[in-house]
Design a protein around this ligand. Sequence first.
Ligand code: S3P
Length: 440
Amino acid sequence: MAWTSFPVPRLQGAIRAPGDKSCSHRALMFAGIAEGTSEISGLLEGEDVLNTAKAMAALGAVTTRTGDGRWSVKGVGRAGLRSPDAALDFGNSGTGSRLMMGLMSGYPINVEIIGDESLSKRPMNRVINPLEKMGARFEHDGRGMLPLRLHGSDKLTPIAFAPPQASAQVKSCVLLAGLNAVGKTVVTETRATRDHTERMLRGFGAEVGTASGEGTQNIVSIEGGQQLQAVDTAIPGDPSSAAFLIAAALISRSGGVIVEGIMSNETRDGFFQAAALMGADLGAEEMGDAAGERLIDMQGASSQLQGRAIPEELVASMIDEFPILAVLAAFAEGDTVVTGAEELRVKESDRIAAIVAMLRVNGVEVDETEDGFVVHGCGGPPPGGGLVETHHDHRIAMSALVMGTASQNPVSIDDAAMIATSYPAFMSHMAELGADIRET
Ligand code: S3P
């Protein structure tokens, strides 16, 4: 069903950021294998995270929803995970499926893993390869994609692994398998990616080593055989979801938006840094912490943006924010150049192609490159008026709708249902700020 975002003169208001998706997945997984009962609040109840909750329940954890965003999880503890009765369906979620493959590999269980059309096209060899080296076995049709069957083992061999891609999912997958391996597993990243697995494992009582190597290297190690302990934890607000609201404020003709309780973590803040380089009017105020993460209230106001070359060292820390960055670039004066972002080709859609198509159909000039794109900014509101193909990608859908709030003409998307995978409250939050987004 198509949805259309109509231009509005002003966006204003304050919104509490929804729970962080990465942290929500991990909290359910770690609580599910811990000893004792964990109480989680502020959980993002998006479809991706709910699929992880269902998977943990099918593997033996007792998961109970006790209120809005509140979950009580009784972990399996030393009894370990058991083989589920049916296939585990991870829907649209790369994070859920890949992290769970690592976690499940360390138990002697057999599991069939499936996902939706988009997830079934995404590469799983990046996790299958290291997990096979550790002793897990996989059955699949040879393409290294879902559906597949995993045979885990309680005698995994630890490895020293350097993921060829900058990927927190691959790093986390190997570390979680390492948690149940016999000995020490080491992951070396050439460029540090989001560190929620490391931080949250520590919160659940595990020892995780981190060290920096040469240049921007990040070396993470974990000793196998550590038993996690239940905790009470609050999930910090999602900077990736907040980015859509802040971007809407920046491109608005007038007004300002505050997003409260955003996790401030340098492995996640690349978008805000890039926006600041482009001249965004941003402000931040400290407001405490949650689950070992600093929290801020962030303010964004209508800004005159300038195109910039996005520094490659920011790419990993804004990997999910390129669709919305491209929207800022469309409104900016001059060129915005993105390089070193080839991982975008294997996200929920080929995001380089999807971003380029989203801008072109709305009258913005953009060049596609192998590892990025160049947006020739309009120096103000772009023409708009296009129908954007979302390719079942929630971030393309939300970006296009944000673009429509301040373009010269409305912007439509072919489908909005998948927004619920990561940000179920997006439409109501945008409406609260004054956006005019309707089913058409
Ligand atoms: C995530 C890692 C990133 C990111 C995804 C969440 C995580 O994926 O795109 O939305 O929670 O570890 P990659 O590891 O594939 O870059």
